[in-house]
Design a protein around this ligand. Structure first.
Ligand code: AMP
Length: 586
């Protein structure tokens, strides 16, 4: 089927042609004709990478009257990155439609500019829930003529604590609108939204892309968390010809790992939402052109990466959602080529490997991180291979040869080879001389750690204080902070889901919250420089853990003093590890 047969307008067909979209993806083929022919609600079980933005975007665009200058369609997305990406896609789809205007609304940027964008006559608004609600409250946007509301990644929005915001926003829209909801999973809360706001919706389900691709070999390595970066380097060294994607959990970590790799001489580049569009385009271009071998990316930024010959996907951190594991891994093993999906896993994360195996029905094999000696062997043979296959640029080197021969006179062929290999290779031998075994032994408890989803999580909540890290932030009720807002800020900045946040205690000028200890570094990292209502606040570890299901002690002032004195001044998450900065040459 072609896009023309789906019944899209000429201007849009022309734009799709520019984008190189030849045929609709399965979800587009299924949803576009239904949404065009009827005024219906829709529930789409699909994740990013399936073409879902166009699946809702194209029919939405068909239904908007771009001669009128008021908001007719609203798309709500959980994160700023996703919102921007959707709006950019919409702008591309509508580039030949006269008068089309798409406004993008998200926190952390000037609210006045965004209000101006809407006022100028935007027909479509793409927004994150928190900022949109703010603008509704301030009368900066009117939704009383909205005909279509799209809720994208609804499960993620609820995970991030946006439930109330969504309810408020939807209550501002007319009753007769259509709601199109997309979600990768269908937990109870999403089903509640569907049943509250929709009437006999069309249901569209799109299977996971590349779920059981036989060309992908799945392996995991067990490591200690402190050796994660060393393990990554060793694996990269073991695969000298790698053309790969490395996935990290947060934007900050992504930047940090890319920086470290570049500093250590690898051909790497970062890709995440804090980079400007042109920086991201530049990184993508270098990766596509293969001038960069390793792209270090966040899940969100890596949406849309469609490169056929990726040899390895490395999960520097496992993703939160099993679906994302599939989505990441599906970037390799394409077009009939073999690929490897590699996970770096600590003993405590073993249950996540089990969950991946259970949900995907894939076997993820345990493997040993190669020793320094094995890496050296591999590199040596790669070097010899390169020597064998190198193109000799006769003309360019001709004039240097006589003096080179003169300098090497008296050496036998064997000696010359030994010296050349050593010149290229000594730094490697030195680097790996006496290198450590990076494999961590997984205890039987970890290996058999049950994967019982919710039950396990509940256990975690009720476990003693030991499982939680308490944080202190310098923002409180006085700043307008409430529990939902804290939840959202933590989840958004640290990229964790709301059920990993424990007790929250609010005070006038400051607040505390608990997070599973395993995420402590991420929270510290991710929340550095975070803001609430455009006001920055500081985060620190609180020394004594008050969380973990215990009741809060009463006694006002006393308690407050005690909590005040319990802050740790350290906010370094990296205890000075990764000191090994011996440079390697590529
Ligand atoms: P999405 O699931 O909306 O994030 O889309 C994933 C990627 O597929 C994006 O890079 C889209 O630009 C691309 N895409 C979406 N629909 C098509 C199509 N019909 N043909 C080719 N590429 C597409």
């Amino acid at each position: 089927m072609t896009f023309k047969e789906l019944g899209l307008r000429e201007e849009v067909l022309k734009a799709l042609n520019d984008l190189g979209f030849e045929n609709p993806t399965p979800i587009q083929e299924e949803s576009i004709p239904q949404l065009l022919s009827e005024e219906r609600d829709l529930v789409g079980l699909a994740q990013t990478g399936t073409g879902k933005t166009a699946a809702f975007g194209l029919p939405l665009i068909e239904k908007v009257d771009f001669n009128k200058n008021y908001v007719q369609a609203l798309v709500i997305a959980p994160t700023r990155e996703l919102g921007i990406q959707i709006a950019e896609d919409f702008k591309k789809f509508t580039k030949y439609i006269k008068g089309a205007s798409i406004a993008t609304i998200y926190g952390g940027a000037s609210i006045e500019n965004q209000a101006r964008e809407v006022k100028r006559g935007a027909q479509v608004v793409v927004a994150t829930p928190g900022r949109l609600n703010d603008m509704i409250r301030r009368n900066m946007v009117k939704l009383n003529q909205v005909n279509i509301v799209v809720l994208d990644e609804a499960d993620e929005m609820l995970n991030m604590g946006f439930k109330e915001d969504i309810d408020t926003i939807l209550s501002q829209t007319p009753n007769h609108k259509n709601v199109w909801l997309f979600s990768a999973t269908m937990p109870k809360e999403v089903a509640r939204i569907a049943s509250t706001y929709m009437e006999s919706p069309i249901e569209v389900t799109v299977g996971t892309k590349n779920a059981a691709n036989k060309d992908i070999h799945h392996v995991y390595y067990t490591i200690n968390d402190r050796n994660r970066y060393q393990a990554l380097k060793r694996l990269l060294d073991f695969h000298p010809d790698i053309y790969g994607l490395v996935f990290c959990r947060t934007k900050r970590l992504t930047q940090e790992i890319a920086d470290k790799l570049m500093k250590d001489g690898y051909s790497a580049a970062p890709l995440h939402g804090d980079l400007s569009q042109s920086q991201r385009d530049h990184a993508m271009k270098k990766f596509r052109d293969k001038t960069v071998q390793i792209l270090v990316a966040t899940d969100v930024a890596a949406r849309g990466i469609d490169v056929d010959s990726i040899t390895h996907v490395i999960h520097y951190n496992l993703p939160e959602e099993v679906e994302n594991y599939n989505h990441r891994s599906g970037r390799t093993g394409r077009a009939g080529k073999k690929g490897q999906s590699i996970s770096l896993v600590t003993g405590k994360e073993m249950n996540r490997v089990k969950a991946i195996e259970r949900v995907t029905k894939l076997k993820v094999e345990h493997a040993q991180i190669p020793s320094g000696k094995e890496v050296c062997e591999k590199q040596l043979f790669a070097l010899i291979d390169n020597v064998k296959n190198v193109d000799v640029k006769e003309e360019e080197i001709e004039r240097f040869l006589p003096s080179i021969f003169e300098q090497l006179e008296g050496l036998t062929k064997e000696e010359v080879i030994k010296k050349f290999v050593s010149a290229e290779f000594n730094h490697f031998l030195e680097y790996y001389d006496g290198s450590r075994d990076l494999n961590s032994t997984v205890s039987d408890r970890d290996r058999n750690r049950s994967d019982d989803g919710g039950r396990d999580r509940n256990r975690g909540r009720n476990r003693s204080d030991d499982s939680k890290q308490r944080f202190h932030i310098t923002a409180g009720t006085e700043d307008g902070l409430n529990k939902g807002a804290i939840l959202r800020i933590v989840c958004q900045n640290a990229d964790i889901s709301s059920n990993e946040v424990g007790r929250i205690d609010l005070f006038r000028e400051f607040s505390f919250f608990d997070v599973d200890k395993k995420h402590a570094d991420r929270v510290l990292e991710g929340m550095k420089g975070a803001e609430f209502n455009d006001k920055p606040f500081k985060i620190q570890l609180a020394k004594s853990n008050g969380g973990g299901g215990g009741r809060s002690s009463k006694g006002g002032g006393k308690r407050r003093r005690r909590e005040r004195s319990s802050f740790s001044s350290s906010n370094s998450s990296d205890g000075g590890r990764n000191r090994d900065s011996r440079r390697r040459r590529r």
